[in-house]
Structures are given as C-alpha cells and as structure tokens.
Design a protein around this ligand. Sequence first.
Ligand SMILES: Cc1cc2nc3c(=O)[nH]c(=O)nc-3n(C[C@H](O)[C@H](O)[C@H](O)COP(=O)(O)OP(=O)(O)OC[C@H]3O[C@@H](n4cnc5c(N)ncnc54)[C@H](O)[C@@H]3O)c2cc1C
Length: 385
Amino acid sequence: MAKPQIAIVGAGFAGLAASRQLSRLSPQEADIHLFDRNASTTMLPALPDVAGGRLEPARVRADLRQLLDPHIQLHLGTVERVDPARKTLNTAEGEFTYDFLVLTCGAVADRRGLKENQESAYTLSSLADAERICQDFSAFVQSRSSPQVLVVGGGYTGLELASNLKIRSVRLGRPARVTVLEMKDRILAGLPDRIRSYLETQALRQGLEIRTGIRLDSFDGRNVRLSDGSCIEDVFLCWSTGTRRGMPELQGEQQELPDGRIVVDEYLRIPWHPQTFVAGDAAAILHRDVPLRKAVNFAYYSGKSAGRNILFELRGRPLQAFRPLDLGWVIPFGNTAAGQVLGIDFLSGRLPLAMHYAMCGYRNFTLGNKIYFVRIALRALFDML
Ligand SMILES: Cc1cc2nc3c(=O)[nH]c(=O)nc-3n(C[C@H](O)[C@H](O)[C@H](O)COP(=O)(O)OP(=O)(O)OC[C@H]3O[C@@H](n4cnc5c(N)ncnc54)[C@H](O)[C@@H]3O)c2cc1C
C-alpha cells in the first residue's frame, strides 16, 4: 500500500507545531510535505518594533530548513488553491494529491476597505511589510519639516504601530504628527473599559492624536480626505483595519466567517472533509460559541492538536477534541503595556511589557532569539528600555 501523503500549508506557529507532532511518524509510516511561500518564519508579535526600527529583522526571523526535522520535505512557493473534496492542492509547480492536510496559512492585512491607491499605503502583517515601513518611514520623516502620519484602524496593531512611529520620529529628530483614525466611536472597542481607557490615556501622553467616528473617504496616493470634510496632505498612510485569510482559495462549500476563517469541528476538521484540518488564524475555532481571537498561543496549540489528530488517525487511535485554554493577552504600547492575564487586569506598564517580550522569547524559534527576547523582557521589567 502507498504511504500516506501529509501536507501542511503554512509554516507559522500553527504549521510548525503540527509539523513537530507529525515528525513523530517514521519515514516508513508517511511522507510529510510542508509548503510555505517564504524560506523563513517570523515572530509576528514583534513586527511593530521592527517597523519602528527598535529591533533588527534577524531577531524575529528563523530559517525554516534549520527548524525542520530532516524527514519533512519543504516546498517553497505559494499554494494557490485547495480542493478538500478531491484532496488536492495547487502550486505553480502543479497539482499535489494529499491524504491529510493541515491548512495553517494564517491571515493577511485586510485592504478591502481602501478602495484606491492601495500600493501607496502601508500594512503590517509580514516581516516584508515591517521592513518596508522601517525603511520608507525614515526617508519620509527626514525629507519633511513637519511629517504627518495617519494610521487608519484603532485596534491593537494600529495603536502599536502608531506609537512606534511616533517614538521613531522623535529619535530621528523630526517629531511627526501621528493621528489614529477609528470609524467606531472608540478605539480598542471590545476591550474591558479600564484597560481601554488606560491605553487611551497612554496614547495621548505619547502625543498621538485620536480621531473617532470618522472614516477615510479618499486617498490619492499622497493626500487623504476624511468623512468630516478635513484633509491631511502629504501623509504617510498606514492601513490597519484587521486581517483576513489570504490564499489559498478553497474550492467547494464550507462555512466561513466574514474574514475568511474556516469553521472547523472540535477536532479541527472541515465538516464533511474529515481529512482536511485547519488551525491557527485560518480557522474559526468556536469556544463557548464565540470564535477564538487570533493569537500565538491558540495558533500553536491548535496546530499541535491538528498534527496529533492526524497521527492518531494513522495509528488507529481515537481523535482528541481541541480544548483551548485562554491564559489572557497583553497589548504592548511603546514603552508601556496593559493586559489581562489569568483574569487579572495589568495596567502598570512594566510587568505586562516584560510578559509580552517574555512570550516573544518563549515562543521564538531559535535559541539565540529566545535569549535575546528574554534579555529585552528583563530590561523592560527594570525600566531600562
Ligand atoms: C503586527 C502583529 C502583532 C501581533 N501581536 C500579537 C501579540 O502580541 N500576541 C499574540 O498572541 N498574537 C499577536 N499577533 C497574532 C499572531 O501573530 C497570530 O495569531 C499568529 O501568528 C497566527 O499563527 P498562524 O500559524 O496561524 O499564522 P502565521 O504565523 O501568519 O503563519 C502563516 C504562514 O503561512 C504562510 N502562507 C500563507 N499563505 C500561504 C500560501 N498561500 N502558500 C504558502 N504559504 C502560505 C505564510 O508565509 C506564513 O509562514 C500579532 C499579529 C500581527 C500581524
């Protein structure tokens, strides 16, 4: 009998956790194929620091070939399409037929709300995005006497980015006017009030301007017009209104959320396609009837669970339902942070900021980068950043 062919699409937190579980299968038991468009993987939560020039890109990147078990075959390139009914996926190289698939393609910045000149706006969902912001922002502020930045989207990524750009412009000796635009009546909607108002106060203290209840109406590539009739000229525009599942396109009928996340059952399979699993940011994993938020720990543990379930299936053991454990979250914000860990609100800045960098170390991919982030966490704790 032919050996089972297992494919993993996406080598982020979820895909790598799945691959580690599957590498417990011997080369005689199955062939394992990992597809990614990049030769390296990224510690995404540290991207705002890279965009703000506070971290070297090498500190958040790790070479996939050095991370993978030699028995896993790495295919570099974009997976364009998956057909769960036929159990095939397509790349530029052609069609590949799988017996089991773990789809862990993550999420990309959602630019659909920006109708024109998308290529002149900056997003932050990959290392390439962060490096582009870092380079272009430095040139932008140095060539203007009063640089202006507009970040559209008052969620945590937009605010972290705004704060990092403000700090950078001050360090470069050209303090920018940084505005955060949010169409809802408040930023960070959905966060507990105490944490939201703490972060809002910190934003104002850092010199960010926050404008709520206003939309961007038009962008000609350089100037913006807002829904209250005002204009901002010669602006560095960052677009941060959320993320959605990007490629691959999925053939056939499945249930998806508006942001493209694919609804899975408790074993992380697409209903009616029991050999196709989805994990991480690409999956809509319902927990107490609400989809889990997009976060590193859920991606890591769901990827691990999907990989382990394929292993169980091949070894004739019953599958295990994925039961997420929510320990909490932290929002870093320039030189401060706030969050909720184990149900306790942390507002004091230093401890949550240290926790954030400690998590970036703990979940990092190489020993050198783990140690580097632990040192940043200690410096944050002792207020030495
Ligand atoms: C700026 C930013 C800050 C964040 N901060 C935090 C934070 O502080 N704490 C937290 O918990 N979470 C944070 N997150 C969210 C967290 O990073 C994600 O939840 C997590 O990375 C999801 O992991 P994943 O494995 O599902 O996807 P990813 O880590 O995004 O990995 C997806 C992989 O799939 C590959 N891929 C995608 N499409 C294709 C294709 N068609 N073909 C081939 N390969 C493909 C990509 O190259 C990538 O390697 C942040 C995210 C961003 C962008």
